[in-house]
Write a protein that binds this ligand. Structure first.
Ligand SMILES: Nc1ncnc2c1ncn2[C@@H]1O[C@H](COP(=O)(O)OP(=O)(O)OP(=O)(O)O)[C@@H](O)[C@H]1O
Ligand code: FES
Length: 616
């Protein structure tokens, strides 16, 4: 009981602390810094406890469990129902946890305890806070005809301005507008002094208020304006495609508490009043804060002035709106758009390094691992074991859960699968057929798929098949053995052949990047004299192949040219870490394996077999 009291007290204290912090300036509200690891842990917890959440443009939206409004015992089971309850927001840049219903803001770690499910027996949720904003203007009336005329907006009727919820304060001769947050709570007010045409903003403990005219229907687009005159002009135009929103502090500041109310919009058009170059910079900063991808701009020009000037000049407001251009081009990005990804990469460097091979520790040392989105080219002389090696290298990854798609154009799928199975088992099954069922059942559990193409194939259907498999089966690794089989028979001229190969490599490069899939291409080298060592330029075709590839692996066979020559795999290009080197390829014919670890395990087993009878 004492513990319960303590927890309740401490939670209340936290909430109160947070509330008092809200009284400070909005600069203070930006001092939260996202701890990426904490954020990822939080998300993991949400997933584990099946808490409704939605990744939005600037915030993670989730059901609020902070206060007594959330009752663990009577929660609706369906996610749809839970998405209707009180929603809280976590700013993805700062990590601030905000609940507009109770006007509470806290840090992630403070909020975390509320999401344990079921909660600790002694845990008590904070009491519900009521958001109470008391207006400074108790004597508001409907807007009068005189007040409407004093605005000086051409053609504006008093009924129109009253219809959008504007009120009039006769004593101070001002127009009054309500500021509401994401939960539609009244949290502040904005006024327009008719005497000197100045504006003022008043907010309560929260700085989350926006002035919003939604009109009829559920709109997914909004126009943002920076002053009340522009707001009145647009809100009285009956624009049925966009909500009209007035920023609370023009271009001076945009507190992060305002962002949750903008989450539902897929498109935000900035039609702002840029008084000076500073305000242009501010607008760009706002766009970044709101997620540039959904922001469009109307640039201040003679033909596209701010809304109330446009109305005065009898310009077509809807035409100007339609001309808004995206802030961001889909092919151009900025460092700030990438910074969270970079941070997350740095914090998860082991994951970024990729999946480690169990059979090839040397490859781990040099390549660091197998990563998605890369293009690997493997080459080597005819019959040197390219297919056998690729088969084992892909099997190793598939055994660790890398979903793999094989495109074997050279050898039939049955033969390839037989090789994979033998490598999986570690010995041939020809004289142990009784074991076949057992091993085949085990093998079937691997996430491996095979394309049914065989022989010469055009690129297009192959890419379509891969794209389908990638979507349906979440393929992470595609192997094409080998590339020369995708080249048309008709391209007999040398020049055409090179061009065609380059085009195929470029297509796979693009595919790897676009779908974040690792593509391994097996290629024949250009014909060179056997005694010459293969180099990256030995890869058949132009330099394009090696330029496009992230990794180039070459099987070097020195057995034919030197008495004590060996076979090894040379890492001739490694874009990720830059480490080059070689991996000896000792072959075990029984297991069709090049793996030193498989071979030493086998030697150990053999030794044990021979020593055991003597011992017994
Ligand atoms: N180091 C080795 N020693 C002996 N035999 C090997 C060795 N490596 C592979 N082999 C065998 O050589 C044969 C050819 O191997 P594989 O098909 O993998 O070569 P490839 O380079 O893909 O051939 P191609 O150039 O025809 O595509 C296979 O039967 C394989 O078991
Ligand atoms: S509903 Fe979120 S804190 Fe009360």
């Amino acid at each position: 009981m004492r513990l319960a009291g303590l927890i309740k007290q401490s939670l209340l204290l936290r909430v109160n602390k947070t509330r008092s912090r809200l009284y400070a300036t909005s600069v203070d509200s930006e001092t939260f810094a996202l701890d990426t690891r904490e954020y990822l842990d939080f998300k993991k917890q949400l997933r584990q406890h099946n808490v409704y959440n939605k990744d939005g443009h600037t915030c993670l939206q989730l059901e609020c469990r902070l206060c007594e409004r959330y009752n663990y015992k009577v929660q609706p089971a369906s996610a749809a129902a839970r998405s209707q309850g009180p929603q809280a927001y976590i700013n993805k840049r700062t990590g601030a946890f905000m609940c507009p219903h109770c006007d509470v803001r806290s840090t992630l770690s403070q909020a975390l305890t509320a999401y344990q499910n079921p909660p600790h027996i002694a845990y008590r949720r904070a009491p519900i806070q009521t958001v109470e904003y008391k207006s400074r203007f108790p004597n508001l009336t409907d807007v009068t005809v005189d007040a409407c005329e004093a605005l000086g907006i051409k053609g504006l009727k008093v009924a129109q301005i009253n219809a959008i919820g504007v009120k009039y304060e006769p004593e101070q001769h001002l127009l009054h507008f309500e500021l509401r947050n994401a939960a539609q709570q009244l949290v502040g007010e904005k006024v327009f002094h008719l005497e000197d045409r100045s504006e003022e903003t008043f907010q309560g403990s929260s700085c989350s208020g926006l002035l919003m005219h939604t009109g009829a229907g559920n709109k997914s687009k909004a126009v943002l304006v920076s002053n009340l005159l522009d707001y009145i002009v647009l809100a009285t135009q009956n624009i049925d495609t966009h909500c009209i929103i007035c920023l609370p502090h023009a271009l001076k500041q945009l507190p992060q508490e305002c962002l949750p109310a903008l989450e539902r919009f897929k498109e935000l058009v900035f039609w702002l009043n840029y008084e000076n170059t500073h305000s242009w910079d501010a607008a760009r900063a706002f766009a970044q804060k709101m997620d540039e991808k959904r922001c469009l701009l109307i640039r201040p020009t003679e033909t596209e002035p701010t809304p109330h000037v446009a109305l005065r000049r009898r310009l077509n407001i809807r035409h100007i709106l339609a001309k808004a251009t995206p802030v961001r081009h889909k092919s151009i990005t900025t460092f700030s758009a990438l910074r969270n990804d970079i941070l997350s990469e740095l914090q998860n460097i082991e994951k970024v390094n990729g999946v480690k091979w169990k059979r090839f520790p040397v490859l781990n040392k040099l390549l660091k691992g197998h990563r998605k989105g890369e293009l690997t080219i493997l080459t080597g002389p005819t019959g040197s074991g390219k297919t056998t090696f690729t088969s084992e290298y892909s099997l190793d990854l598939a055994m660790q859960g890398v979903t793999t798609l094989w495109g074997s154009f050279e050898i039939r799928n049955t033969r390839l699968a037989a090789t994979l199975l033998r490598q999986f088992v570690g010995y041939p099954l020809d004289d142990k057929l009784q074991e076949f069922d057992h091993w085949a059942t085990e093998f079937e559990r691997l996430p491996m798929y095979f394309m049914t193409f065989h022989g010469q194939q055009p690129l297009k259907p192959v890419l379509e098949a891969i794209e389908h498999a990638q979507y349906v089966h979440d393929i992470a690794h595609v192997i094409i053995d080998n590339l020369q089989f995708m080249m048309g028979v008709s391209a007999s001229q040398r020049g055409d052949k090179f061009w065609e190969q380059d085009a195929i490599i470029a297509a796979f490069r693009g595919f790897a990047t676009k779908h974040n899939v690792h593509v391994t291409l097996v290629m024949h080298p250009r014909k060179e004299r056997q005694e010459d060592e293969l180099t990256t330029s030995s890869v058949f075709g132009t330099a394009k192949a090696t330029q496009e590839a992230d990794n180039v692996l070459i099987i070097q066979d020195k057995r034919l040219t030197a008495v004590r020559g060996k076979k090894y795999l040379q890492i001739a290009k490694n874009r990720y870490s830059g480490d080059l080197g070689i991996m000896p390829l000792e072959f075990d014919k029984d297991a069709l394996s090049y793996s030193s670890s498989v071979q030493s395990a086998k030697r150990r087993r053999d030794r044990e077999k021979t020593t055991t009878p003597n011992e017994s």
